[in-house]
Design a protein around this ligand. Structure first.
Ligand code: FAD
Length: 116
């Protein structure tokens, strides 16, 4: 049967997109080349022009003027992404995520083995 899935609403889009962005950051090179660093900065700037929630994208562009993408290493980029997400969390009245846990959440799985 044809599946009857529906277009993403703002929150579904957000959840899926953060999943992509944090996973991309989790897998970003430890020692990126100059070209990779430039490309990832470009990627985030272009992303912020096309993210399909206009006021979300506008706020992101404003935030990124203050906090340029940090693409020097996997650590730098993952922490930067965590900060971007936390700025949105605060704006929405959601709890801030502990950025010290970002690699467990998005790359390695939790230390208690619950993702194994
Ligand atoms: P989400 O915020 O989607 O988070 C998903 C999961 O990510 C969480 O369950 C948690 O495990 C993990 N997580 C949470 N915080 C962090 C962090 N700081 N670092 C790493 N992992 C984390 N919605 C609006 O209403 N207004 C906006 O202006 C807006 N702007 C957005 C801008 C962008 C670029 C994106 C991608 C989304 C935006 N959204 C916005 C959507 C919003 O951020 C949420 O995705 C949505 O409200 C659903 O929230 P959620 O509680 O399911 O968890």
């Amino acid at each position: 049967a044809t599946s009857k899935e529906c277009p993403l609403d703002k929150d579904e889009l957000g959840r899926h997109t953060w999943g992509f962005l944090h996973t991309m950051a989790a897998n970003y090179p430890e020692q990126p080349s100059e070209q990779q660093q430039r490309d990832m900065k470009d990627m985030m700037h272009l992303f912020s022009k096309f993210y399909p929630c206009n006021y979300c994208a506008e706020d992101l562009r404003e935030t990124m003027k203050k906090y340029e993408p940090q693409t020097g290493s996997q650590e730098d980029f993952s922490q930067w992404m965590c900060k971007m997400h936390n700025i949105v969390n605060v704006k929405l009245g959601k709890p801030e995520f502990d950025c010290g846990l970002v690699n467990q959440r998005w790359r390695d799985g939790w230390k208690d083995g619950s993702c194994d």
